[in-house]
Design a binder for this molecule. Structure first.
Ligand code: MN
Ligand code: MN
Length: 365
């Protein structure tokens, strides 16, 4: 296991006087052991006793896969006919009346009840936040994975744009984009690929459909991929066929200025709220304040939306290694919407923008 992650887990257990830690969120198990797996309804967990060696519990069908990569050398298995919870209690031993750390955001009530029935802990402490904090500080290896995921989705966007022409529908473009994702080596989309055209661009969370692209439309792409376990998330908005109307151009230039203003303020020591404010000021000054009705961005990593939330009331201070999106938007119903989204990493003295796709207003199709 990665030493600094391991040390932080151990010191958290000491501080909280936890006798046992049980990690069951599959990405967290992977983050701590190197074994990433979706167990579906089967039990997967990393058990960390305070005074004993940690062990990984996997369904027996995953034993060989886990052995090949897990940094935790003790791997225990359960078959489909076993009760994994009873086995877990036997492996852990004296759990009755002890303080046990679990992930309260992840463990369902029914799983918790089964677990508690066999372990009988005196107290269950939530360890989700320590894992969230660990995950927020990206290592150089993680940053390179995030960068590759960003570059891959940009290659997909370039391919996708070559298929844009008047008459093609939103959903046809989505199909082409998702085909290109796989073809270029992604594990898959990091969320449902969004292509919206014309007045539908004014819907921040609209669904792509059978609307055919027309000259004079604005055309918005919001999409990402998973590559090597890490997500990207980019939005670019284009004009189709011809120069759009004056209002659309003004909206576009406002959103672009807001995106650049926010990025220019990112550095260790600034608050997340101040970054949101930098973008919001530009949009408000241009008269579109009420039309930017969502937060500036969100953390990005093994999940496409993770800690932290970048919004106007988040006074948390930015630290080196944080990865988040900067995605201001203006959505004017009946006119158009524009959003420009980049993925950034906080460096020791500023910012490294992972997404490099050009942002000046471009006419496509
Ligand atoms: Mn997005
Ligand atoms: Mn996003």
């Amino acid at each position: 296991m990665n030493d600094s992650r391991w040390n932080k887990i151990k010191s958290h257990m000491d501080e909280q006087q936890l006798e046992y830690l049980l990690i069951t969120e599959p990405k967290h198990v992977g983050y701590l052991t190197g074994f990433f797996s979706n167990p579906h309804e089967r039990f997967l967990g990393l058990a960390i006793p305070k005074n004993d060696e940690p062990f990984l519990v996997v369904p027996s069908l995953d034993l060989e896969a886990a052995k090949a990569v897990s940094s935790v050398s003790t791997i225990r298995t359960h078959s489909d006919t076993d009760d994994a919870y009873t086995l877990l209690q036997q492996w852990l031993g004296h759990t009755k009346g002890q303080r046990i750390g679990i992930e309260k955001d992840h463990l369902s009530v029914s799983r918790f009840e089964r677990l508690n029935a066999v372990l009988g802990g005196s107290n269950y402490s939530d360890v989700g936040q320590i894992l969230t904090a660990l995950r927020a500080a990206k290592t150089p290896e993680e940053i390179e994975k995030l960068r590759r995921a960003a570059h891959l989705i940009e290659a997909v966007l370039t391919e996708g744009l070559s298929h844009v022409k008047v008459g093609v529908t939103e959903i046809e473009i989505v199909a082409e984009l998702e085909y290109q994702m796989k073809k270029l080596g992604a594990e898959g989309p990091s969320f449902d690929t969004m292509v919206l055209s014309g007045d539908k661009t004014a819907l921040p969370h609209g669904n792509p459909g059978n609307r055919a692209i027309q000259a004079g439309d604005m055309l918005m792409f919001d999409m990402g991929v998973y590559l090597d376990g890490y997500a990207s998330d980019i939005t670019r908005t284009f004009a189709v066929g011809e120069r759009p109307n004056t209002e659309s151009i003004k909206i576009y230039e406002t959103v672009l200025a807001a995106n650049l203003a926010a990025i220019s303020k990112i550095r260790p020591g600034a608050t997340l709220a101040s970054i949101d404010a930098a973008a919001r000021e530009v949009i408000t000054e241009a008269g579109y304040g009420p039309y930017f009705m969502h937060r500036l961005g969100h953390g990005l990593g093994m999940d496409v939306h993770e800690y932290p939330s970048v919004h106007g009331n988040n006074e948390e201070v930015i630290t080196e290694g944080l990865c988040f999106t900067v995605e201001p938007g203006v959505y004017v119903a009946g006119e158009c919407g524009v959003r420009i989204e980049d993925d950034i990493i906080v460096t020791s003295d500023g910012v490294d923008v992972l997404t490099t796709f050009p942002k000046e207003l471009t006419i496509v199709g």
